[in-house]
Design a protein around this ligand. Structure first.
Ligand SMILES: Nc1nc2c(ncn2[C@@H]2O[C@H](COP(=O)(O)OP(=O)(O)OP(=O)(O)O)[C@@H](O)[C@H]2O)c(=O)[nH]1
Ligand SMILES: [Mg+2]
Length: 140
């Protein structure tokens, strides 16, 4: 699998998506530090939210093949500035999480504005959209 870094605000659903991608039991675990386990790198939301911690995200992006920016369908703001994907010299994808909670179009438009050419839509609780994402992340 391509090494994939999950980035997004606290509670957007990074760890839950990681569990769904791995076929693990879905259970709440607060991410307290960068978790680099085989092909998935899970980050705490605070690292994306707090300016002084952003460097950790940048450093781990160098370890990855793919950087995934996550926004939930029911989020009312985006952490990611327009065209910010230009700063990342890796394949960058967008993922709209919690598609069971709200229509995904607004989150999708924010991800596209940030520069994501490819956007996936997932509900990690039911697994909807997870197979398509897993197959994209498989090395060819
Ligand atoms: N309805 C719904 N809830 C979700 C989904 N994905 C995650 N959640 C819930 O959202 C909450 C936060 O999920 P986490 O996966 O812990 O979020 P996180 O991005 O890892 O958060 P941090 O570790 O704090 O950065 C949990 O209660 C999850 O069950 C989803 O697709 N649909
Ligand atoms: Mg987490």
């Amino acid at each position: 699998m391509k090494k994939t870094l999950l980035v997004g605000r606290h509670g957007v659903g990074k760890t839950t998506l990681k569990q769904a991608l791995r076929g693990e039991e879905i259970r709440y675990v607060k991410t307290q530090y960068m978790l680099y386990e085989d092909w998935l790198i899970d980050s705490p939301g605070e690292y994306a939210e707090v300016h002084g911690l952003n460097a950790a995200i940048a450093i781990y992006s160098y370890e990855s093949d793919v950087v995934a920016l996550l926004i939930a369908a029911n989020d009312d703001y985006s952490l990611f500035p327009p065209n910010c994907t230009q700063m990342i010299n890796r394949d960058v994808i967008g993922i709209v999480t919690k598609i069971d909670k709200a229509p995904p179009e607004r989150a999708e438009s924010w991800l596209r504005l940030s520069g994501c050419k490819r956007v996936f839509f997932v509900d990690s609780h039911t697994g909807k959209g997870v197979d398509e994402l897993r197959s994209y992340l498989r090395k060819r």
